[in-house]
Design a protein around this ligand. Structure first.
Ligand code: 4NP
Length: 170
């Protein structure tokens, strides 16, 4: 009998695919590879907008990620496609607008999960704390350098939680 590996396919979605989703893509891929799961978990990212198709991540995104040990320089932006709802099991949106835009082209027969990337943190955080749960990765594009650090830190936390979830599915 063939020993087929069950793959889980994860797609990160933001607006431009040059700041937040490539950061999530690079960080999650790094953690998947470190865990030796690169043949079982397939990772990609895209944007709901088309302005940056074919572009490398924003230079500020690349520079900030490099500081934390992640190389995002080889990633290239692409747009979310209808076929992504066939090709991916988890489609993880950075903010509520990205989620609404993805929902607007999601076919009825999609049987994966389309959700906010950070909602996994609410599931894995004890409910008895008063700390408000952040649900969206803030868009750093029009802001200062701090915004890019915040994106990295949120993506690291949520990637750990998603990796735990996907591991538990195996
Ligand atoms: P991202 O950030 O969605 O995290 O890639 C943005 C990138 C580009 C633009 C907006 C947000 N833009 O307006 O071009």
């Amino acid at each position: 009998m063939p020993n087929s590996i069950q793959t889980q396919r994860v797609l990160f979605v933001c607006l431009g695919n040059i700041c937040r989703s490539p950061t999530a893509h690079g960080i999650f891929q790094h953690k998947v590879t470190q865990a030796g799961l690169q043949n079982e978990i397939i990772v990609d990212s895209c944007g709901t907008g088309d302005w940056h198709i074919g572009h490398a991540p924003d230079p500020r995104t690349i520079e900030c990620a490099t500081k934390y040990g992640y190389d995002l320089s080889t990633l290239r932006a692409r747009k979310l496609l209808a076929s992504d709802f066939i090709d991916f099991d988890y489609i993880l949106a950075m903010d509520k607008q990205n989620l609404r835009d993805a929902e607007s082209i999601c076919p009825d027969h999609f049987n994966g999960e389309l959700t906010l990337f950070l909602d996994v943190l609410a599931e894995s955080t004890p409910q008895d704390t008063d700390a408000p749960t952040i649900r969206e990765v803030p868009d750093p594009y029009y802001g200062g350098a701090d915004g890019f650090d915040e994106v990295i830190q949120l993506c690291e936390k949520a990637s750990d939680a998603w990796l735990n979830r996907l591991r538990a599915n195996r």
